[in-house]
Design a protein around this ligand. Structure first.
Ligand SMILES: Nc1ncnc2c1ncn2[C@@H]1O[C@H](COP(=O)(O)OP(=O)(O)O)[C@@H](O)[C@H]1O
Ligand SMILES: [Mg+2]
Length: 350
């Protein structure tokens, strides 16, 4: 990839709040993240950390008037999403970026057969005759390893299993050849085996087509199976960022460590959410210092007051000599980062 390639998604210092009775919920607090063409990037964090709001903002899917961007910018394929006209954003949806949600039933029309829905999407984006669109839909379903695509085309959504519906969603998302696929916990409701199959399909087809993926999850095991790079979010902030290998083998933020410690050794997928004691802060009253302060074993008084707003290059996180990464590739928002662990060549955490 050329060094001056335009990022597919470029979020800079984005702060966003929801006005609520008597105040505002600060959902995002200076979020910066970037997805380059063809990259598979994860966002991981507990429930309420701002993952979905980030994803929805990328396609301006939050209800207009229901939120306020107070700072920062968001560009999709080099274009400013926050100030673009509604008709432009509508053109970008599906084509520049397509979205897959956790529950496909909400995205699929229950009263229409799968074939009609897929053909409808295809025909809306590229002028295609109905017959050609149905044929293309069938081949997309076959790509998703659906054994009898003709039968699935005739089915209504309720007639399919959860895993099958999610495959249909993935096929639909790829159908307009988007530059970026944003997947918000798409496999969370699936059992472990089906989840692994869907992740493999996603990865395979993204690589084959050069599609970038922004994959949102609360599960570090899923990150390890799928992503090249990962952003760890907490309380509306990116607290750590780096290559998946670095972050999983050598977490520097105590929060990241906490997410990883909940996993059984060997990073089994679908494992229960890491149980870090305490709760995410009430973002109607965001803390002035580090938001992880009261759950962190390493916090001191300064952490309570000193803001850690911008993730900064992890000083001393120093790239391992074996890693072709510069220090800027690794970012961290913490006053007391964990000591660098000795790289464990077995691929397991030290
Ligand atoms: N429409 C809304 N009105 C008020 N608060 C909201 C709204 N949507 C999300 N939030 C709040 O924004 C924060 C981030 O939410 P979200 O991005 O959905 O978290 P995640 O996807 O990481 O679980 C949470 O505190 C959530 O309660
Ligand atoms: Mg969410």
């Amino acid at each position: 990839m050329s060094p001056d390639a335009i990022p597919i998604l470029d979020v800079r210092g984005l702060s966003l709040e929801f006005p609520v009775f008597g105040g505002a919920v600060r959902a995002l607090n200076g979020v910066s993240l970037r997805v380059m063409p063809g990259e598979i990037v994860g966002i991981v964090g507990e429930s309420g950390s701002g993952k979905s709001v980030t994803a929805m903002t990328a396609l301006r899917l939050l209800p207009p008037g229901g939120y306020r961007v107070t700072e920062g910018s968001l560009h999709l394929g080099g274009d400013d999403v926050l100030s673009a006209s509604e008709s432009l954003v509508r053109q970008w949806r599906g084509r520049r970026a397509a979205m897959i949600f956790q529950e496909p039933m909400t995205a699929l029309n229950p009263t229409q057969r799968i074939g009609e829905q897929m053909a409808g999407v295809l025909r809306a984006h590229r002028r295609m005759r109905r017959r050609d669109a149905l044929a293309r839909a069938q081949s997309l379903l076959r790509d998703m390893m659906i054994p009898d695509p003709a039968q699935v085309l005739r089915a209504y959504p309720f007639e399919l299993s959860g895993g099958m519906r999610q495959r249909v969603m993935v096929a639909m998302a790829f159908s307009c050849d988007p530059d970026l696929l944003i997947a918000d916990e798409p496999t969370t409701a699936l059992d472990v085996t089906v989840q692994r199959q869907v992740l493999q399909l996603l990865r395979h087809h993204a690589r084959e087509r050069g599609t970038a993926i922004l994959f949102i999850t609360h599960d570090m095991a899923v990150v390890s199976q799928l992503c090249d790079r990962v952003y760890v979010m907490y309380a509306g902030m990116v607290v750590e960022q780096g290559s998946t290998r670095q972050v999983l083998q050598d977490p520097r933020h105590p929060y990241t460590r906490g997410l990883l410690d909940g996993l059984p050794e060997g990073v089994a997928p679908g494992s229960a959410l890491a149980a870090i004691p305490g709760r995410v802060p009430d973002m109607r009253h965001p803390p002035s210092g580090c938001p992880f302060f009261d759950r962190c074993a390493f916090a001191d008084d300064a952490c309570r007051q000193r803001p850690v707003l911008q993730p900064f290059p992890a000083a001393g996180a120093g790239p391992a000599s074996a890693d072709a990464e510069t220090p800027e590739d690794r970012q961290l928002a913490c006053w007391h980062p964990l000591a660098r662990s000795v790289a464990d060549t077995s691929g397991r955490r030290a």
